[in-house]
Design a protein around this ligand. Sequence first.
Ligand code: CA
Length: 335
Amino acid sequence: MKIITLEEHYADRAIMNANNAFNAERPPMPPEQEKAMQFLMSRAFPGEELLDFDKRLEFMDENGIDAQVLSLTSPVSDLVPADEAVKICKQANDTTKKHMEEHPGRFEGFATLPMADPQAAAKELERCVKELGFCGALLAGRYKGRFYNEKEFLPIFEKAAELDVPVYFHPAFIPMQVQDAYYKSDAYSYVVASEFASAGYGWHSEVGIQVVRLILSGIFDKLPNLKFISGHWGETIPAFLERMDSILDKGITGLKKNVSEYYKENVYITPSGILSKDQLEYTVKVMGADHVLYALDYPYVEVSDPKGFIENSSLTEEDKELIAHGNAERLLHLS
Ligand code: CA
């Protein structure tokens, strides 16, 4: 069975250095926050696997992964001025393209976009799709605390709809005020609070909210052809669709459809390396097998037998093929 995975990250030293030069200008944080940030940053860069493409190909070959859609591991920092962000993103996308060319058929690309300048981001997305052969964009977290349903970001989604490529919503560190208000406690350490606020739960919740905010802002009434991808089995949203339909129905929102209708039509779900049999069965039940794609979150999640996860599942052979590669080929226009 052919396997294509969608949320697979890499890093590049030159891009990390360009980004870090601006991060160094960040004002100092209180010592406990600094300690927690250092810990989280060590997780954000787990090791050479992000840089080493021989190791990556070895992993793919050992596990029967035919192709990965590559994305840069971390977004360009909010501290980078817009013109520099445009430059760094171009450099990153050209680097992704280099990896695609060096290993034909093994890698596809999601664009990294300069969110500081949405018009330039839309232009860069067009360049990535039309000139570099990328299959969409991956957006991480929010920009300077702003969610992407704000009007200024609309050109990016208009361009994605026009090009018929999906936008993948990926988590990133949440704003410190949100972290302190919701996740900090005297009853546990700041490191625990920071993990709770990020990969332990908080940033997933934020991405789920991000997608629902875009739906509620009427993005799919404006752009019915637009498609989103949401990782981590939809960041808890699939379990709340009935509730949203009953509380946030179209009588209240003024939208053409209820939330679940947009969600099931315009949103696609991946596991992001959470290889849970129950989640797979549940998500296929809620979304339909044609809206579930595969992703391992390489190299952040250690997975065992990713091919067996699909092959040994209770799904029909037809549905297994869709999730393993068929949906990716259709949605990302892979030949
Ligand atoms: Ca990831």
